[in-house]
Design a protein around this ligand. Structure first.
Ligand SMILES: [Fe+2]
Length: 438
C-alpha cells in the first residue's frame, strides 16, 4: 500500500492493530446440526436405477476440448457392453450425427464395474443446444446440453462451484440448490463419492454417486478436479493403482493439451503461457487442498504446493483459485506469501493485489461432516469464513468484472451469505478488497 502522508500511516497502523485482533468476518450463523450427515440409503430415490434392459445410467458430460466445441459423454450400462455410440443433433438442425467412443471396465477388490462408456462428440457449434441419445440398441435415454459461447473477451458466463459433495441428505440439498441457480457449467473441486469411507472402498457407492449427480451432470459439463478421496490406494486389499475408479469413470480432455504425462509443475508452466488474456479474459484455477485455510482441518496442508506454485499464479495474473478439502467455506483477500523461503522467517501472508482471491468450497455436504474448529484469532488473510454447507456461483459479466456469491443451505433455502465483486487482474487490476489488510 502506498502511503501518501503521515496521518494516513497512523490510521493504517491503528487499523492493523484492529485487524490483528479480528481478521475478516467469522459468520455468527450457527447451523442446526447435531450429528454428522448420513449417506442416503441405497434404495433412495436419488439413486434410482433407470428402468429397462441395459438402460444407461450415471450419465455425465464434461467439456471435450479447450474452447467448448466438444463434449465427452459418459454413461454406464450394467447388463452388457451395448453400444458406444451417441446420436446427437442441434435444436437448429434436424440432421443427426453419430459418434463412437470406447468402453472400460475395472475391478476393485471384490467389485466389478459395469460397462463405462466415454464418447467425445466434436465439431459442435458454440452457444447451441444439442440433444443426445445413449443406449443405442437396447433401452435408450435422451438428454440435452448447451455449448458455451464462443471464446471472447467480454462474454458473460456463469459457473457453479461445488466441492466434497458426497451423497448425504445434505449433499442432495446442495445439488438441488445448485440446480436452481443460473450456473451453466460446474467447477468441481475434488472429493466426489466418498466411497473410500466404506469397507473395501465399496465401489457400489461410486455407482450411487453417478446416479445421484446425473440430474445435473447429464445436462451441463462438470469440470473435474481429483481430491484425496479419489486416490483409492489400499495396500491391505491389494489395490495399488492410484485413482483407479475415478480415472475409469471420469474422463477429462487431457489430450487437448497434448497429453503430457509429466509432472504437474512442467504441465502448468507449459500451460499458463498459452492463455491469451485478450481472448480468455478470466483465469481461474481449481485445486483440491487450499493454500489459505484458517480452519484446524488440513491446516497448512497446502504449503508444499503453495511454495512451488504461488509465484506462477501471481506472474500469470490468476484471478481466483477455488479449492475444496476443508469441509466449510472460506474466502481470502488478495494475499501472497511468496517471499517466505522457510528460513527467512517472513511467514505472514501480506496484502498483494497482484495475487488471486482464494476460495474454499469444501462444503458440499459429505458424511464426514463440517470442519467447525477455526484458528483464533481469524488471520488477516481470511475475509470470511463459515462452517456451513452450500455452493458458490461465479458470474462473469465482462472482461473487468465478475460477481461471486456463496449460498449456504439453510432450512431448505439457498441463502446468499457471502458475495463480492471481483475485478479482473489482467484488465482491471484495482484493489477489490472487502476488508483492510495492513
Ligand atoms: Fe479432501
Amino acid at each position: 500500500m502506498k502511503m501518501g502522508n503521515s496521518s494516513f500511516v497512523a490510521i493504517a497502523l491503528l487499523m492493523s492493530v484492529v485487524v490483528l485482533c479480528n481478521g475478516g468476518k467469522t459468520s455468527s450463523y450457527v447451523r442446526k446440526l447435531i450429528q454428522n450427515p448420513v449417506d442416503m440409503p441405497l434404495d433412495s430415490d436419488a439413486f434410482a436405477i433407470p428402468p429397462g434392459y441395459n438402460a444407461p445410467q450415471q450419465v455425465h458430460i464434461t467439456q471435450g476440448d479447450h474452447v467448448g466445441q466438444a463434449m465427452i459423454i459418459s454413461w454406464v450400462t450394467v447388463d452388457e457392453p451395448g453400444s458406444n455410440e451417441v446420436i446427437y443433433w442441434s435444436n437448429s438442425s434436424l440432421q443427426n450425427f453419430t459418434a463412437e467412443g470406447e468402453v472400460f471396465t475395472y475391478t476393485y477388490y471384490n467389485y466389478t464395474s459395469g460397462f463405462i462408456h466415454h464418447t467425445n462428440i466434436t465439431n459442435l457449434e458454440f452457444n447451441t443446444t444439442y440433444f443426445y441419445v445413449v443406449g443405442i440398441g437396447n433401452t435408450t435415454r435422451q438428454f440435452w446440453f448447451t455449448t458455451p459461447p464462443e471464446v471472447g473477451i467480454d462474454v458473460p458466463y456463469t459457473f457453479g462451484i461445488i466441492g466434497d459433495l458426497g451423497q448425504t441428505f445434505d449433499s442432495n440439498t446442495t445439488l438441488t440448490h445448485y440446480q436452481n441457480s443460473n450456473g451453466s457449467t460446474l467447477l468441481y473441486v475434488g472429493d466426489l463419492s466418498y466411497a473410500d469411507d466404506y469397507p473395501y472402498h465399496d465401489n457400489v457407492r461410486w455407482d450411487t454417486w453417478g446416479r445421484f449427480t446425473e440430474r445435473s451432470a447429464a445436462y451441463q459439463p462438470w469440470i473435474w478436479t481429483a481430491g484425496n478421496h479419489e486416490i483409492d490406494f489400499d495396500l491391505q486389499i491389494g489395490e495399488t493403482q492410484p485413482f483407479k475408479p475415478f480415472s475409469n469413470r471420469y474422463h477429462t480432455p487431457y489430450e487437448s493439451s497434448q497429453r503430457t504425462s509429466t509432472l504437474q509443475y512442467k504441465w502448468l508452466t507449459a500451460e499458463l503461457p498459452k492463455i491469451d488474456r485478450t481472448e480468455t479474459s478470466w483465469l481461474i484455477v481449481l485445486m483440491h487442498a487450499p493454500w489459505y485455510n484458517s480452519y484446524y482441518s488440513h491446516y497448512m496442508e497446502g504449503e508444499p504446493m503453495r511454495v512451488v506454485f504461488e509465484s506462477l499464479f501471481i506472474k500469470y495474473k490468476v484471478d481466483v483459485v477455488f479449492a475444496g478439502h476443508v469441509h466449510a467455506y472460506e474466502r481470502s483477500e488478495r494475499v501472497s506469501n511468496d517471499k517466505y523461503n522457510i528460513t527467512n522467517g517472513i511467514c505472514t501472508p501480506v496484502k498483494d493485489i497482484s495475487a488471486p482471491v482464494y476460495i474454499t468450497n469444501g462444503d458440499g455436504g459429505n458424511q464426514e461432516g463440517l470442519s467447525i474448529n477455526m484458528t483464533q484469532p481469524q488471520p488477516s488473510y481470511s475475509a470470511y469464513r463459515e462452517a456451513s454447507f452450500g455452493h458458490g456461483t461465479l458470474e462473469i459479466k465482462n472482461r473487468t468484472h465478475a460477481h461471486y456469491s456463496w449460498n449456504r443451505n439453510q432450512d431448505g433455502y439457498a441463502v446468499e451469505a457471502d458475495k463480492l465483486w471481483l475485478f479482473n487482474r489482467y484488465w482491471n487490476p484495482r484493489d477489490d478488497s472487502t476488508i483492510h489488510i495492513p
